[in-house]
Design a protein around this ligand. Structure first.
Ligand code: 6PG
Length: 258
């Protein structure tokens, strides 16, 4: 696990963009494509804008980048709460990413189980049809595809993706027998969320946490220095089995760490 603290968000975002390009270019060089699962929320917005800007947009072959979402809210794709909409407006539209390179949760399918099953199938089709992860990558069975990069945030309650404290998807690691995605009812929000599960997240070749803001400091200290209690602090359960974990944190969020 690598951990980097940045004096401000701009420096953190630039480092994250450079890491994205480095990981992506290497994946494209090695196997011809780069599969990345994006995080939602507000922190990654600046990263997406920077990657789409003049200073980064020519650093990677976007036609070979395939975008997925670590989680999604149960809203239409044009809803202001939609993680897809945030990425579409701040990333995909600016770079004119073709639809066939974007794998969003089809929340318009209505039934939550159907949305999850559809997304799981499309993820599995992508990884099955195009290429099996090379043996040296620790392989992965059909059920846990191997993303080249998964971007994650962390909520002030220690959730990551939509794996919230004490929810079913955190307790069992997966729900209804699936190990790729889960429909996760979040009591405290009173809403249903869609999320990738720990088996997929921890099978990634690279995971990058983007965490900023003073309001995250206490939780980050608990997650990194407190006792291991992943039901209470799901971010603690992010441990790639055969990959790199990088925490990018600003000084405000890191201020309570030893
Ligand atoms: C979401 C995200 C979620 C996010 C955290 C942190 O759907 O909201 O996937 O897991 O990463 O809530 O959000 P911020 O980075 O905006 O604080």
């Amino acid at each position: 696990m690598k951990f980097k603290i940045f004096s401000d968000i701009a420096n953190l975002t630039r480092f994250a963009a450079e890491s994205f390009v480095e990981i992506g270019s290497r994946a494209i060089e090695e196997k011809g494509w780069f599969a990345v699962a994006l995080s939602g929320g507000s922190t990654p917005k600046a990263l997406y804008q920077l990657l789409a800007s003049e200073s980064f947009k020519n650093k990677i072959d976007w036609t070979k980048v395939f975008f997925f979402f670590g989680d999604e809210r149960r809203v239409p794709p044009d809803d202001e709460e939609s993680n897809f909409r945030m990425a579409n407006e701040n990333f995909f539209q600016l770079l004119r990413i073709p639809d066939e390179n974007i794998f969003r949760w089809q929340t318009e399918l209505g039934n939550a189980g159907k949305i999850a099953a559809d997304y799981e199938q499309r993820i599995e089709n992508f990884f099955e049809l195009d290429v099996k992860p090379p043996a040296h990558a620790g392989g992965s069975d059909k059920k846990s595809p191997r993303f080249d990069l998964i971007l994650l945030g962390m909520g002030t309650d220690g959730h990551t993706a939509s794996l919230f404290p004490f929810t079913e998807a955190v307790k069992t690691g997966c729900v209804s027998g699936r190990s790729t995605v889960a429909v996760n009812y979040v009591e405290k929000l009173g809403e249903t969320r869609f999320t990738m599960t720990f088996p997929v997240i921890n099978n990634a070749a690279n995971i990058i946490f983007l965490i900023t803001g003073a309001e995250k400091a206490e939780t980050l200290k608990e997650v990194l220095e407190g006792e291991y209690n992943p039901e209470k602090f799901p971010a603690q359960k992010v441990k790639p089995t055969n990959g790199n974990l990088l925490w990018l944190v600003d000084a405000e969020a890191a201020r309570l760490l030893q």
